[in-house]
Design a protein around this ligand. Structure first.
Ligand SMILES: [Zn+2]
Length: 509
């Protein structure tokens, strides 16, 4: 294996270092320059800053890849824009083929009304259509889609009906999972999706991603990971989280054996306790400020969730529980607290932990329950004040308090919901988009979200830049530790190195 020399980089704010990597490890860190062995790949840092490789501790690369080739509805300013993009999708599709889209947000539409199937029926009379809201917890079906799925007689909160009792086309939570289960999939397509996202992640400076596979597509997605891993085609490290439904499948097929190495490994199980704030399906202790009849949706009873996480723990796996509203976080912290004891040796986590008042922070800290947070949500959730009202806003994404009170929090994108850029994530954690707050992080804290904390939250050891450390490295074009936080988002990634191999370098595309 050929070595890699990073010449003239900055480490911990001090310049002039040369770092030589060989066989997946950092072999030398020195200030004098010795000539590298011939055949060494040389990267000129020109004073750029070197860090342990950045980690995204919660993302959905398969959904992200799917989004890249489906109808992208992000930024659509009204239903006319949505309709135009669906028309383009219909023109590309074969007769009767499903058209899927993602990313609409009625909060940006005039009047903010939820769309209905009547808004899209005429543009796609023959092709079934499913369009997920930006949060992924609400989706719009057209009438053809409702027919194909046989949803006409369904009842329950997951199937919205109007005053006349007609389905509006809006479906939620489990109903959406069922829709996606029925869409055609293949391992080949999942593999192509993953590879397109992986290339993007490498360019953004990521060396490891905590990859959540979907309840609807886990067979194809695990198949794609196993295939790409076995053929040496993956360039990043993967820590994989599967839905509870996948456990029997993994036992029965033995696919877990192909997903158990240092580069590619199943870590645990992802469980959803509630929905999202944007869609008002996150489970709250007190009703929504802008919908006083609604406290959101808990997916499980307390006992059901406890049993689920106990089962995961008994298999020696890590449980990670999606909980956004304070009621859901409470339920998750109680369930995980029971199996975590004081030290939480399996590093069970709560994903998002968005609305996190002091009593829940103490509960998490008491049981060493970890958290995976998404700093970019702070700048994107422009409707949060409407949903929660003034008083609860103080406890929304309280990142600095979490760290100060001893919660190991790791940074993530929840991609495709947010950009996978860890630099943008750090920028959001440090600036909170300029909003008035006491919860801004320092650069060192923001960096820890995407390095050490993410590493240990993914069952790995803390990283470092000393000789003998794993050569997973991110090289930035300048030193973010001494710049104004607002400028951080301009910093570029010069190179990304995984296991001693350059997976991205500036100029090489
Ligand atoms: Zn997620």
């Amino acid at each position: 294996m050929k070595g890699v020399l990073i010449r003239d980089c900055c480490i911990g704010g001090r310049g002039g270092y040369n770092v030589y990597c060989l066989d997946g490890k950092i072999a030398r860190v020195e200030q004098e320059s010795t000539a590298p062995p011939s055949g060494t790949e040389v990267i000129d840092a020109n004073g750029g800053s070197l860090f342990p490789g950045f980690i995204d501790s919660h993302c959905h690369p398969f959904e992200h890849g799917w989004l890249k080739r489906s109808v992208d509805l992000r930024g659509a300013a009204n239903m006319t824009a949505v309709r135009l993009r669906v028309v383009a999708g219909v023109q590309r599709a074969k007769p009767g083929e499903w058209i899927s889209g993602m990313g609409w947000d009625q909060e940006g539409f005039p009047g903010k009304a939820m769309p209905t199937r009547a808004d899209i029926d005429d543009v796609s009379p023959d092709n079934p259509v499913v369009l997920s809201r930006v949060c992924g917890h609400v989706a719009l079906l057209n009438s053809r889609g409702i027919d194909v799925l046989g949803f006409a007689d369904r009842t329950g909160v997951e199937y919205e009906r109007d005053e006349k009792g007609e389905l509006t086309g809006i479906v939620k939570e489990r109903a959406i999972e069922e829709v996606y289960e029925k869409l055609p999939r293949s391992s080949e397509r999942s593999a192509a999706d993953l590879q397109s996202v992986e290339a993007e992640a490498g360019r953004l400076g990521l060396t490891t991603i905590h990859c959540i596979v979907s309840p609807e597509g886990f067979r194809e997605e695990l198949g794609a990971l196993a295939f790409l891993g076995a053929s040496g085609s993956l360039s990043l490290r993967y820590r994989v989280y599967v839905p509870p439904e996948a456990l029997d499948y993994i036992d029965a097929t033995g696919i877990g054996r192909k997903l158990s190495g240092p580069n590619l490994r199943i870590n645990g199980v992802k469980i959803y306790a509630d929905g999202s704030l944007g869609a008002r399906t996150a489970a709250l202790r007190e009703p929504y400020n802008d919908d006083p009849s609604n406290v959101g949706i808990l997916r499980y009873t307390d006992d059901q969730l406890s049993n689920l996480v106990e089962n995961v723990d008994s298999k020696g796996m890590q449980a990670i529980v999606h909980a956004i509203g304070d009621r859901a976080v409470e339920q998750a912290a109680d369930a995980l607290g029971r199996i975590a004891g004081a030290n939480n040796p399996r590093r069970h986590r709560i994903e998002h932990a968005s609305l996190l008042p002091g009593d829940l922070r103490s509960k998490m800290a008491r049981h060493s329950i970890r958290a995976a947070v998404q700093p970019l949500f702070i700048t994107s959730d422009t409707w949060a004040l409407d949903r929660l009202g003034e008083e609860r806003m103080r406890d929304l994404y309280p990142l600095r308090s979490m760290l100060a009170e001893g919660i190991v929090a790791s940074g993530s994108s929840d991609s495709p919901i947010e950009s996978m850029s860890p630099i943008l994530g750090m920028w959001a954690a440090m600036t909170r988009g300029g909003a008035e707050s006491n919860e801004e992080l320092s650069f060192v804290q923001a960096l820890s979200l995407y390095t050490n904390n993410a590493s240990t939250n993914g069952l790995d050891s803390p990283e470092g830049l000393s000789e003998g450390a794993r050569a997973d490295l991110t090289l930035l074009d300048s030193d973010p530790s001494d710049m104004h936080p607002a400028l951080l988002r301009k910093v570029g990634v010069l190179a990304t190195i995984v296991d001693g191999t350059v997976v991205h370098s500036y100029g090489s595309g």
